[in-house]
Design a protein around this ligand. Structure first.
Ligand code: ADP
Ligand code: ZN
Ligand code: ZN
Length: 719
């Protein structure tokens, strides 16, 4: 029986049930008004099953489907003010609705772990040390044999007060303890106050060139506007971000900056830290739980002024949001592909609109969706056509692999070009988007290949680790000596990955440093930093790596970029395949000649005559993309239509297929398929079997987003 009571709350709890649970807030357990109320966005401790769990209040209501006497009371209110501010809460609501995901799970999946466990927010006040009144009574002999104490004493005398963290970093704790024992120092707790507006910059901004000034002047930070900053690599987009942030800080606001991968691009973070005198926090997967909570709290309370983060940082609460920047907006890493699936870029635009602030999407290779939004007048298109400073666009040349032999993926002409680059004292970047030694191992005698037992894929040879590894499910085994099929010793690795090309280049250039960058080589902490240090030292070297090398790096001394395999991707079954290749190739080649030295790009291909490759070889992303947009318009693929994909997974392929068939039957019978909706499938997914699970899918296309959403709603209830 439905019941009414003024104190019912709907609570998200960590459970696989994908729904909310009602509890009552006992009379008198709340304060009357202001802080201390059980509001939406606060956490509560509740009994769930036999356990006490931490839940989050998602709604307040006076109605429940359950008998009021049977509703459990909450055990405790954990927050006196909402953890999630209401504007951000609205964003979660929107996302849960749009991406068809339960709001409770969405909220929980993005909250720092320690908060999910019920911990409180950390205290952000800082301990400061200063000298006591006794300081005037001491004479020189006090420190006669204690130089450390003397140094600390002098510093405190000079500075007045010094934060505890600086004392730990620069002085010895025992000196501090000694001074404290003598009654010479005392400490106080202070919360760090706002920044000094006159002292925001650590470093002067660069004088902008004409197109940069035009772009910056067009950015209006007083209201919502979305800007697509479309500038070739090296055109000075980052400089514009920095100057736009400067403006936001002067208005007393915070800036949220998303970048694809922080640990790979420590330089980006450094540039922000070098420019500004304000507290900056970074949010990425490499943080400990404690660090993450601290950064999150600083963003929420406004203690941090610049928040740099990867995808999930879009859900960080901000005290005074002023500006959002999405660097490399085309990057796939902004899409969360598992669990709570969302596009951080798209959510950022929604968030900016709700917060009524400006957002800048920057890229040298903008996504088709964003370009389309410019065409429709939704985004403002700001173009930087030339490289900033004195750098010019690189020269392109093609190597036709049909007429040239390769060894370990490297053609003789490419090898020669690398040799010239090195002997000129410059650096070369070799790009191969495949890690490991070789993508397959095969028996010459009987044709046996090492396949993954759980996926429709070959095992990759990792010779340095003596392992065969599946890149889809991480299954691994030792490399066999004998063929399991025919017992022969004729097992050979075929094809090449970065490891193999690296080995070959090392043989060809025994005295040159070779730096490999892929997910294997950068597993160790600080590995990427070591690569940077060598690259930035300017000594001639060869960088070889996967797409990790394509992302937003700045290697001033690289003058040659060699793309070993330009073909993979061109023939992809995904409708986004050609867009991705164009972006990747343009991004990689953008690493050549970023400063005063002119750059050169070499592209190895088997399919020079393929129409898409021909277009790409012109090195002109814009005209290439115009073609893709035309294709998409004529085939009515996104963004000219909307698409929902329904994927079924089970341990049996037929079961996955039958399930989708029954979904389609349901939709047909219940007349939820509107006219003009195109349906493709059920078909096996691109890799049908992955990690032992068989995946089938159906895609629905429609020109109406609304009718797809209706369809998804009905499906949800059916499921
Ligand atoms: P992007 O982000 O578009 O790749 P960056 O902002 O990193 O470009 O700029 C590329 C290089 O050009 C950097 O070394 C930067 O310091 C320099 N640069 C940017 N703007 C200017 C300018 N206005 N004058 C001189 N150099 C500039
Ligand atoms: Zn064999
Ligand atoms: Zn596998």
């Amino acid at each position: 029986m439905a019941e009414y009571s003024p104190n019912i709350i709907r609570v998200a709890v960590p459970s696989p049930l994908r729904r909310l649970f009602d509890y009552v807030v006992p009379q008198g357990s709340e304060q009357k008004d202001g802080d201390g109320r059980a509001d939406v966005g606060c956490r509560v401790a509740v009994t769930f099953g036999r356990q006490e769990v931490v839940g989050l209040i998602v709604a307040k209501t006076n109605y429940s489907d359950i008998d009021i006497d049977k509703l459990k009371p909450i055990n405790k209110l954990l927050d006196s003010v909402p953890l999630i501010p209401s504007s951000l809460f609205e964003l979660f609501n929107w996302a849960a609705n749009y991406y068809q995901f339960p709001i409770g799970d969405a909220l929980f999946s993005t909250l720092p772990t320690l908060l999910r466990r019920g911990e409180g927010l950390p205290d952000l006040s800082t301990r400061y040390w200063q000298l006591t009144e006794k300081k005037s009574q001491i004479n020189d002999e006090v420190f006669a044999r204690a130089p450390n104490q003397q140094a600390l004493f002098d510093r405190l005398k000079e500075n007045g007060s010094v934060p505890d963290s600086i004392i730990s970093a620069e002085f010895s704790r025992s000196a501090l303890a000694a001074l404290e024992k003598k009654g010479l120092v005392e400490s106080t707790l202070r919360s760090d106050e706002g920044i000094e507006l006159t002292n925001i910059l650590k470093q002067d901004p660069l004088p902008l060139n004409d197109s940069q000034s035009r772009a910056l002047n067009n950015i209006d930070q007083h209201r919502f506007n979305c800007y697509l900053l479309d500038g070739v690599t090296g055109s000075g987009k980052t400089e514009i971000y920095l100057q736009a942030i400067d403006t936001a800080l002067r208005y007393g606001r915070q800036a949220l900056v998303l970048i694809p991968e922080i640990s790979l691009t420590p330089q980006t973070e450094e540039r922000f830290r070098d420019r500004f005198n304000v507290p900056i926090v970074t949010l990425h997967s490499g943080l400990t739980d404690k660090q993450r909570l601290l950064a999150w709290t600083k963003a929420k309370t406004g203690a941090a002024k610049i928040i740099l983060g990867t995808r999930s940082a879009i859900f960080t609460p901000l005290c005074d949001p002023g500006l959002i920047i999405i660097d490399e907006e085309h990057d796939q890493s902004y899409k969360q592909q598992e669990g709570f699936r969302y596009s951080a870029r798209d959510l950022a635009v929604i968030r900016a609109r709700r917060e009524e602030i400006a957002i800048i999407l920057g890229s040298a290779t903008p996504s088709i969706e964003s370009l389309r939004n410019c065409d429709l007048g939704r985004y403002k298109h700001l173009v930087l056509a030339d490289r900033a400073g004195s750098a010019v666009q690189p020269d392109w040349s093609v190597i036709d692999l049909k007429s040239e032999q390769c060894e370990a993926g490297v053609s003789a002409s490419t090898l020669l070009a690398i040799e010239q680059t090195i002997s000129n004292g410059h650096q070369a970047l070799v790009f191969l988007n495949r890690r490991g030694f070789a993508p397959a191992i095969i028996c010459r005698q009987c044709g046996w290949t090492a396949d993954c037992r759980s996926c429709d894929s070959r095992l990759t040879v990792h010779r340095a680790r003596n392992r065969l590894i599946c890149h889809h499910c991480e299954y691994q085994q030792r490399i066999p000596h004998l063929c399991p099929g025919c017992q022969s010793q004729q097992l050979v690795p075929v094809g090449e990955g970065t490891e193999r090309s690296e080995e070959y280049l090392a043989k060809c250039f025994p005295t040159t440093k070779i730096l490999r960058v892929d997910r294997d080589s950068t597993r160790k902490k600080g590995a990427m930093k070591a690569v940077y240090d060598t690259a930035n030292s300017g000594e001639p070297c060869i960088l070889i790596g996967t797409q990790m090398l394509a992302k937003g790096h700045h290697f001033p001394d690289v003058t040659l970029v060699a793309i070993l395999d330009a073909d993979s991707g061109i023939f992809s079954a995904d409708f986004r395949g050609s867009e991705r290749v164009a972006q990747l190739i343009t991004q990689v080649s953008g690493r050549a000649g970023r400063e005063k030295k002119p750059g050169k790009v070499i592209l190895q291909t088997y399919c020079q005559e393929h129409p898409q490759m021909e277009e790409l070889l012109k090195g002109d992303y814009e005209s290439f993309v115009k073609k893709i947009i035309k294709d998409r318009a004529s085939t009515k693929s996104p963004p000219f239509s909307f698409q929902i994909k329904l994927q079924a997974e089970s341990f049996n392929g037929l079961q996955s297929r039958d399930f989708l068939v029954s979904c389609l039957d349901y939709l047909n019978n219940s007349q939820h398929l509107s006219k003009g909706m195109k349906i493709i499938g059920p078909l096996p997914s691109l890799m049908e079997k992955k990690s032992g699970v068989y995946r089938w899918e159906v895609s629905f296309f429609s020109s109406s987003r609304k009718s797809l959403h209706n369809l998804a709603d009905h499906l949800q209830s059916y499921l």
